[in-house]
Design a protein around this ligand. Structure first.
Ligand code: NAP
Length: 234
């Protein structure tokens, strides 16, 4: 998929990996649609980027996800790429997981990507092409104490993505996964519950949001099934 002229929806575009992905994609000629709750942030970013659209969206609300895709189609008439990036951590031991927290994180990390995929599929099918990138986490490829709730939501997303990839291939829609490791963003300050993970160990050097954004654009271009951004944990 060539990004020049492509219409690209990025969820969680108000900070971190999502904002970096939107900037990078716009720099390569994409028309980006920025989705997140903090309207001031996405509107400011949209003002910096050519032909960008900010759509204030709470992805825990299915009606707002439908509204995001409708706003995209109303403005641009098509949707070429969906980057399901918005997400939140839940970093407590299994014994301490509160169902209310897990439910809320599941709505964002698992239900929202599902609903967003379902919302863009008809347009992509009509176009005969599309790319969907789901942003997972390397914690779902490890068995890391302290992040069971969060990792479970991402593991569910991994399976959904793999199945969707196979179901949608005949329609020309390519579904991929990117697995970031620890990345320097606001993520660890906005957890649903908990704090540091990894038994006090921390990676030698966190990734930058820009490097993860490069990987996301890379997978849009290549159509690879998954990209694992591994890290040295000292
Ligand atoms: N940073 C890491 O170490 C790391 C590691 C592995 C995987 N990841 C994954 O990478 C993705 C991006 O995270 P990040 O590191 O860039 O974190 P971040 O800086 O905290 O960004 C999270 C984004 O999600 C949005 N968001 C949260 N709740 C939302 C809601 N209800 N509706 C709409 N948007 C919502 C936030 O925007 P608003 O608050 O404005 O709504 C924000 O733009 C996530 O899926 C995360 O699980 C991150």
């Amino acid at each position: 998929m060539d990004l020049d002229g492509a219409v690209v929806i990025v969820t969680g575009a108000s900070s971190g990996i999502g904002a970096a992905t939107a900037r990078l994609a716009a720099g390569r000629g994409a028309k980006v649609v920025l989705a997140a709750r903090r309207a001031d942030r996405i509107e400011a970013l949209a003002a910096e980027l050519p032909e960008a659209l900010a759509v204030s969206t709470d992805l825990r609300d299915p009606a707002q996800i439908a509204g995001l895709v409708k706003a995209t189609l109303d403005r641009f008439g098509r949707v070429d790429v969906l980057v399901n990036n918005a997400g939140q951590g839940l970093h407590v031991p299994v014994e301490q997981i509160q169902l209310e927290d897990l439910r809320s994180v599941t709505e964002l990390n698992f239900y929202a990507p599902l609903l967003a995929m379902q919302a863009v599929i008809p347009a992509m099918r009509k176009q005969g092409a599309g790319a969907i990138v789901n942003v997972s986490s390397m914690t779902s490829r490890m068995v890391l104490p302290g992040v069971g709730g969060y990792s479970a939501t991402k593991s569910a997303l991994n399976m959904l993505s793999g199945v969707a990839r196979r179901e949608l291939a005949p329609d020309g829609i390519v579904v991929s996964l990117v697995y970031p490791s620890v990345t320097a963003t606001e993520f660890h300050q906005s957890l649903a519950a908990g704090g540091r993970v990894g038994g006090g160990r921390s990676p030698v050097k966190p990734h930058t949001a820009e490097s993860v954004a490069e990987a996301i654009l890379g997978v849009i271009a290549s159509g690879e099934e998954e990209v694992l951004l591994t890290q040295d944990w000292g």
